[in-house]
Design a protein. Structure first.
Length: 579
C-alpha cells in the first residue's frame, strides 16, 4: 500500500467520522451513567447482607428493592438509548460514504487501481458500519470506567483489589495474544473467501461457456479447491478466536470464584463483612466484562479495522471529484489535440499524439487492425479514461470540466460487449433512471430501429431482462444497447463495433440511425472492422500501432490507404450489405 494514498484516505474517513462527534460524546456521557448505575447490584447486596439481614427489617428491604428496581430501569433505558444512538452513528457513517465509495469502486475498477480494495469496497464499508454498532465498540466506551470498579474493590479490602488487578492483567495479556495470534488467520480467511467468491462470480458469469464446453466438472473442481481453502482458513481463524474466547470466559468465572473464596477467608478472620464479599465478586465480574466482550467480538473488530484500512487505500487511490461549474449543453464540436493514452495498469501508450477535429452532423469511421487503439480512443472520447497527454474538447471545454454524470448525458456509448442490467427494457434504455421518461425511451428506441422489435416481446417495453437470462438474442441486445446510447439526446455518440452481432437488417437499421443522428447535427464515431459499418461515415480516421496514419474525407482516405478501393466502394455503396 502507498503510505501517501493511505494517509489521504484515512483523513477522508476521519473527516466523515467527525460529523458524528457530538453523538459519540453523548454515548460517552450515557456510558458514564450506565457504568455508575452498574454499582447498583453490589451496593444492594452489601446493604441486604449487612443491614437487612442483621436488622430483619422488611421496610428497609422493600425500600431498597424499590430503589434498585428504579435504578435498574434507568440503566436499561440509558443502555438502550446509547445502543440506538450508535446504530444511527453507524447508519450515518455508511450513508455519508455510500455514494463516495460506490463511485470510487466503479472508477477504480475502470482505471484498474487498487483492484483488491475496489472488489471489496462496499463490503468494507458495511464491516465498519457493523463494527460501529457492535458490542465491541460499546465495550471501548465502558473500558475507561473499569478503574471505578477496581477502586470499589480496593475500598472493600486491599487484598481483593490486588487479586482483581492481577486477574485483569492476565486477561489483558490474553487479549493481546488473541490480537497477535488471530490476525494472520483472519486475514488469510478473508483473502481465501475473497478468492473463492471471485472465482464463483466468474464461473456464473460465463455459465453458457462452462456448459457448452463441458467445463462444469473442471470448473467445480477449481471452485471446490478455492472453497475448501476458504473453509479451512475460516476454521483455523474460528478455532484461534474461539480458544481465546473460551480461555477468557473460564478465567473470568474462576476469578469471580477466587474473589468469593478470598472474601470468605477475610470474613472468617473478621476483616470483611459478608455483604462486601458478595459485592466484591459482582464488581469484579463487571470490571472484566468489557475485556471479555472485546475478546469475544474480536473477529468483528478485526474485520472492521481491515475494512478501514482497505477503504483508506481505495479512497486515497481514487480522490473525490471536485465541484465543477455547470456548463450549458454543448454543441457537437469535438477536437482532439495531441492526445496520448496509457491504459490503466500498463506502461506502454495505446494512443500517441493523435489529433483531429469533427463538426456537427459528421460521422467518423475509426478503422485499423486489432490493437491499433480504436477501443482506447472510444474510452477516451466518452471520458471513461483520461488522456495522459493532450485534451479532448467538446464545444471548447475539456471533457474533465464536466461532471461525469453530466458528461454522460451529452455522450452516448455503445461498447463492444453490451450488457443489460436486471430490470425492464424501458429501464435499461433509460440508463436505469429511477424515473424513466417514456417519451424519450420510445424516441431512442425508434431512432435505433428497435421499437417494433421491442413491441413484439411478451410485455413490450416492460419485459424484464437480466444479464443472466437468454431471453434476447445478441442482435436484440445490441439494438437495445444502441437505444440506450441514444437516450436523452446526446450530442456525441460513440459506437464501438456496433454491428458485431447484427444481421443484414440490423446493419441497415444501424446505418439509418447514423443518418438520422447526422441530420440532427450530432457527431458519430464508429469503431469498425467491417466496411458496412462505415457506409454513412463522412470522415475516416485510420489508426495503426496507436498513431494516426490518416484522417480526412472517407473516399480520399480509402483511395490513399486501401489497396482494394474498388471492392470497398462497392460494399459501402448505396444499399451495401454486410461483408
Amino acid at each position: 500500500m502507498s503510505t501517501e494514498t493511505s494517509v489521504r484516505g484515512r483523513a477522508e474517513l476521519a473527516e466523515t467520522r467527525k460529523k458524528s462527534r457530538s453523538l459519540y460524546w453523548a454515548v460517552a456521557v450515557f456510558s458514564f451513567f450506565v457504568n455508575l448505575l452498574m454499582l447498583t447490584g453490589p451496593l444492594y447486596m452489601l446493604n441486604v447482607y449487612d443491614r437487612v439481614l442483621s436488622s430483619r427489617s422488611f421496610e428497609t428491604l422493600l425500600a431498597l428493592s424499590v430503589l434498585v428496581a428504579f435504578l435498574y430501569a434507568m440503566m436499561g433505558i440509558l443502555d438502550f438509548v446509547r445502543g440506538r444512538v450508535m446504530g444511527r452513528v453507524g447508519a450515518r457513517f455508511q450513508a455519508d460514504l455510500d455514494r463516495r465509495v460506490f463511485g470510487a469502486v466503479l472508477k477504480a475498477t475502470t482505471l484498474n487501481r487498487a483492484p483488491r480494495e475496489a472488489a471489496t469496497g462496499l463490503r468494507d464499508l458495511e464491516s465498519i458500519q457493523r463494527l460501529i454498532t457492535s458490542p465491541a465498540l460499546m465495550a471501548l466506551f465502558d473500558l475507561p470506567w473499569v478503574p471505578l470498579f477496581f477502586f470499589g474493590i480496593f475500598i472493600f479490602h486491599p487484598l481483593m483489589g490486588v487479586l482483581a488487578i492481577v486477574g485483569a492483567v492476565i486477561l489483558l495479556i490474553v487479549a493481546l495474544l488473541n490480537q497477535f495470534m488471530s490476525r494472520k488467520p483472519l486475514e488469510a480467511a478473508n483473502a481465501a473467501s475473497f478468492m473463492s467468491n471471485q472465482l464463483g462470480t466468474q464461473i456464473r458469469s460465463e455459465s453458457e461457456m462452462v456448459h457448452s464446453l463441458g467445463m462444469r466438472g473442471a470448473a467445480f473442481d477449481r471452485w471446490q479447491l478455492a472453497r475448501g481453502k476458504s473453509l479451512d482458513t475460516a476454521i483455523d481463524a474460528a478455532d484461534t478466536s474461539g480458544t481465546f474466547t473460551a480461555i477468557t470466559k473460564s478465567f473470568r468465572l474462576f476469578l469471580q470464584s477466587a474473589m468469593l473464596g478470598l472474601g470468605a477467608y477475610l470474613v472468617l478472620i473478621n476483616e470483611l463483612s459478608p455483604g462486601a464479599m458478595i459485592a466484591g465478586s459482582i464488581l469484579l465480574g463487571r470490571a472484566l466484562a468489557p475485556v471479555e466482550q472485546l475478546v469475544g467480538q474480536w473477529a468483528v473488530f478485526q474485520r472492521g479495522r481491515e475494512g478501514w484500512r482497505n477503504l483508506s487505500e481505495l479512497l486515497g487511490q481514487v480522490p473525490a471529484d471536485g465541484q465543477r461549474t455547470e456548463l450549458p449543453k454543448p454543441l457537437a464540436k469535438l477536437v482532439a489535440d495531441q492526445i496520448s493514452a496509457v491504459p490503466p495498469g500498463e506502461q506502454q501508450a495505446a494512443l500517441r499524439n493523435v489529433s483531429f477535429a469533427v463538426s456537427p452532423g459528421q460521422a467518423v469511421g475509426v478503422i485499423g487492425p486489432s490493437g491499433a487503439g480504436k477501443s482506447t480512443l472510444a474510452r477516451i472520447l466518452t471520458g471513461v479514461w483520461s488522456p495522459a497527454v493532450g485534451k479532448i474538447r467538446l464545444d471548447g471545454a475539456a471533457l474533465d470540466q464536466y461532471e461525469p454524470d453530466v458528461l454522460g448525458q451529452h455522450v452516448g456509448y455503445l461498447p463492444q460487449h453490451v450488457h443489460l442490467f436486471d430490470g425492464t427494457i424501458k429501464e435499461n434504455i433509460a440508463r436505469m433512471s429511477m424515473a424513466p421518461d417514456d417519451a424519450k425511451v420510445i424516441v431512442a428506441a425508434k431512432t435505433a430501429d428497435a421499437h417494433e422489435m421491442i413491441l413484439k416481446l411478451p410485455d413490450g417495453y416492460d419485459t424484464r431482462v437480466s444479464s443472466s437470462t437468454g431471453r434476447l438474442s445478441g442482435g436484440q441486445i445490441q439494438r437495445i444497447g444502441l437505444a440506450r446510447a441514444l437516450y436523452g439526446d446526446p450530442v456525441i455518440v460513440v459506437l464501438d463495433e456496433p454491428n458485431s452481432n447484427l444481421d443484414n437488417d440490423g446493419s441497415l437499421a444501424l446505418n439509418k440511425a447514423i443518418k438520422a443522428l447526422k441530420a440532427a447535427g450530432k457527431v458519430v464515431f464508429i469503431m469498425a472492422h467491417r466496411p458496412s459499418a462505415i457506409q454513412e461515415c463522412d470522415l475516416l480516421l485510420v489508426l495503426e500501432n496507436g498513431t494516426r496514419r490518416a484522417f480526412g474525407p472517407k473516399d480520399a482516405v480509402l483511395a490513399e490507404m486501401v489497396k482494394n478501393h474498388g471492392e470497398i466502394q462497392r460494399s459501402t455503396g448505396k444499399g451495401g450489405g454486410v461483408s
